[in-house]
Structure formats: C-alpha cells, structure tokens
Design a protein around this ligand. Structure first.
Ligand code: GLY
Ligand code: MN
Length: 461
C-alpha cells in the first residue's frame, strides 16, 4: 500500500473507532483570480490536507474517503481545448493512480454524486471563500452551514495524525531547509549599508524561481524587527542598525521551513545589540535544551520567557523576581508573542483547524497579553516538529502605553528605556524535531553565534 492509501486507512480506522460513520470530503483548491477570471495567482498552492491524504498538487480535485474505507477522486478530465492552451495534461485515471484511489470520476459528476449519496459528511472548515460557496452548492446548504458543520472529530484525528512526522516528512522539511540555508548565506553575504530590503527580497524570490519552489510565507526582511510581521515598503539599510530576516522556502512537496536570523547591517554588533542578542540566543538554547517527549510546549515557552526576563534583569531593563515577572506577564513588554508553532505542510501547521492544533484537549489560550499569541501549548510527542523563535523587541507604542499606565512598574526599569526606543528587535528561529532522546535542530547550520554571523555578513565580492 502506498503512503496516501495508508494515511487514509489510518484516518478511516480512527474515525470508526470513535463511532464516526460518515464520508469524508477533502476539497482541493482551485486557481484564484487575480484581477479577472483568466489571470490567476501563481504558483498554485494546494490545500495541505489534500496534499497529505491524496498526494495531488494540481488545482480542481476533490478527494472522498467513503464510509466503507474506499477512496474516490473527482477531478478535471482534460479536453482538447485544455491541451491547446496548457499543453499535454495527464488523464484523470493517471491522477487516480497517483492518489492511490479505487475510483476516479469527472469533477462535473461530484454534485449529483453527493446529492445521491445517503448518510452524513465530515469535512474541515474551508478558508477560501469560493471553496465555502462550492461546498454549500454541493451540500445544498448555506456557506454559514458549511462553516458551522465542520467536524471536530475529523479535525482532532487529522491533527493527531499530521502532527507526528515520519522520517520521510522530516526529510522533506530538511530539503526545504537546505534551500533556505543557501538563501540565508546569499543574503547575509550581500548585506551591507546602502542595500535595500527590496533587493534582498529580490534575491530570495529569484532563488525560489530558480529552484522551482515558493516561499512558505511572505518573507520579512526589515530593520524594524520590532514590527513582528513587517511587510512594508522597501527601505535603504543603514549603518549601525540590525536587519531581521524571517524567511523559509517550501519543498516541491510543499513541506515548509521557517527560519529567522538577526544580524548587524554593517557586519559588527554594537555592545547594546550584542547584549540583547546574547539574551535571545540564550533563551532559544534553553528552550531547545528543554524539548523532549512529555514536556508541554507551554512549559518550554515559560522557560524561554524566564530566560528573556533573567537576561533583561542582567542588562538592567527588568528587575525583581523573574518567575513572578513572567507569571504576571511583565516580560511580554519585550517578548509579546509565543515561542513557536507546529511546522509541516503548512508553516503554521494545520492552523486552518484553529486551536485544535496547538491546544486540543489541553486547556484554552490564555487571555494574558503575550501568552495569548502562544499558538502551540501541547504536550510534545516524538515526531512533532516545532519552531523555536524567541525574540526581544523595543516597540515604542507599547512601551509608551505601559509606561503611562505604570504597568508592571515593579518589574520594568522604565527610566532606562528611553535610550532603547530606536533599537528595533531581535528574533532567532529554528525548526526542531522532537526525537525519542530529546530534540534535533533540523537543516544545515545557519550561523547564529555572534562571531559566525559577523564572519558572513557583507563578505560577497
Ligand atoms: N514565520 C512567520 C511566523 O512564524 O509567524
Ligand atoms: Mn515561525
């Protein structure tokens, strides 16, 4: 049995064990119009569940897992006209063999087939608007009913299956990471005062085109690291500032990578930059060292928060008891996001299924500022892949607001912060595999020690 049939069989078995007798519908993506119907966004990106359970990377397919365990594929049967415009195309039967299904049918038959089928349907919540509308038409209901009808049990079982990565899946992530590492080397060597962020993004995207892949998310390349997801206009990079780069390619199989490095634009960290950098690096090392099966990722997050707070006490920007500071969320002035997330076919793996991924059965998200952005809190199991991405940021608006309120004033040295308002931000991120023994940082080494970064930056001819 091939991997796709095996994955579906496992899902089918688990659903039966839980008393679910319905059919499962996996709706693949269609091409999305850009400014009119025939001008579409490319490259096409398949829905990750369809990629995982059916191995189909082309638009227009729908997979069905029948209540009796058989699988069907509905998809386009190429016409002569399609061949005129697009060149030779595989017949539907070939796609069916690739997806390891028992039957393949033209997509035009799907609606009638769904209407004629008796019994219930299980599906996940569509996140592309047109998919919601198409599903509503197939099921003869409203899009609201499609959204509300997403199956919790199906989500739970998909999550528990997809969270545990096989050696083959980890190899795909490492394939993406090999390209990402090469991209980092190119950008770091090309970095110097006067270059623009647009030119660096251009290098990344040119590499993606040359490799025939896509980025796993829009790259963040900015001297304003304090803006967590900065996608602003191009800027000319200035001497003395830091560049934060958060970038990862997808493998051809769509497995993601997600890496962040922060580096001095002129190739030398200032003492202030170095002090903060070492605190973030220490927080990341402490978190990675704590990763093993059986520990909750929320606990690993706390370990990183305490390392951040303790390091900032050392720098003189925080004060008081570190554990108390973290418990009430004072550190979040500097580290206002979660430590990381699951990584796989999606950069935030399966985030379309909501907090089932990060919290399923293990409590709810905290309402506390900072911790509310912790996307993944679950107890780790062997085979999970997570990102570890602590950061320290100086966000003038946030500092101004907290200072005016006197918020957590027992723990924050507000009087010293004035000198740091234009600092920017630092984040360091790696992708980590939970192994039986502990953990493994995936992919080739991308410099993150101060000396190693300084040895690379600005060295291109
Ligand atoms: N790489 C962007 C993020 O993890 O949010
Ligand atoms: Mn990330």
């Amino acid at each position: 049995m091939g991997i796709y049939a095996e994955r579906r069989e496992q899902l089918h078995r688990r659903l039966r064990e839980r008393g679910e007798a319905g059919r499962v519908l996996f709706a693949g993506h269609v091409l999305q119009p850009r400014n009119y119907g025939a001008n579409v966004y490319r490259p096409f990106r398949q829905n990750s569940h369809v990629a995982y359970y059916f191995g189909i990377y082309h638009p227009g397919f729908v997979g069905v897992l029948e209540a009796d365990g058989r699988s069907l594929l509905f998809g386009p049967q190429p016409t002569l006209e399609d061949v005129v415009w697009e060149g030779p195309l595989d017949a539907l039967e070939v796609w069916g063999q690739r997806a390891e299904v028992e039957e393949a049918h033209p997509i035009e038959d799907l609606e009638k087939w769904i209407r004629d089928a008796s019994g219930g349907w299980l599906h996940t919540r569509p996140y592309q608007a047109d998919l919601g509308m198409r599903m509503a038409r197939w099921f003869g209901c409203t899009t609201e009913a499609v959204m509300a009808g997403a199956s919790k049990i199906l989500s739970e079982e998909i999550v528990s299956q997809r969270l545990v990565k096989s050696a083959q899946e980890v190899a795909e992530i490492e394939r993406a990471l090999a390209m990402t590492a090469a991209g980092y080397e190119e950008v770091m060597r090309a970095l110097r005062p006067g270059v623009t962020t647009a030119s660096l993004i251009g290098r990344v995207m040119r590499r993606a085109y040359e490799e025939g892949v896509d980025v796993a998310y829009p790259p963040i390349i900015t001297s304003h690291g304090e803006i967590l997801h900065a996608h602003g206009d191009s800027e000319v990079l200035r001497d003395g500032r830091l560049l934060l780069m958060d970038m990862g390619f997808e493998a051809p199989s769509l497995y993601a990578s997600d890496i962040t490095r922060t580096m001095p634009i002129n190739g030398r960290f200032t003492p202030m930059q170095r002090d903060i950098y070492e605190v973030v690096l220490q927080a990341q090392s402490a978190a990675i060292a704590a990763i093993r099966p059986g520990i909750a990722y929320s606990e690993v997050h706390d370990i990183a928060c305490e390392a951040v707070a303790s390091g900032l006490v050392g720098v003189g920007l925080m004060k008081g008891d570190v554990k108390e500071a973290v418990a009430i969320g004072a550190h979040a002035l500097f580290f206002p996001h979660g430590l990381g997330h699951a990584l796989g076919l999606d950069v935030h793996d399966m985030e379309d299924l909501g907090d089932q991924v990060g919290y399923g059965g293990e409590g709810l998200r905290s309402a506390q500022f900072g911790r509310n952005f912790l996307r993944f809190a679950r107890t780790l199991e062997e085979g999970y892949v997570v990102t570890v991405e602590p950061g320290i940021y100086f966000i003038p608006a946030l500092i101004g607001q907290w200072k005016a309120e006197g918020r957590h004033a027992d723990f924050i040295a507000y009087d010293r912060l004035e000198a740091w308002l234009a600092f920017g931000g630092i984040r360091i991120e790696d992708d980590v595999w939970v192994t039986a023994q502990g953990s493994k940082v995936l992919g080739p080494v991308i410099p993150k020690q101060v000396e190693d970064i300084e040895a690379w930056v600005g060295t291109a001819a």
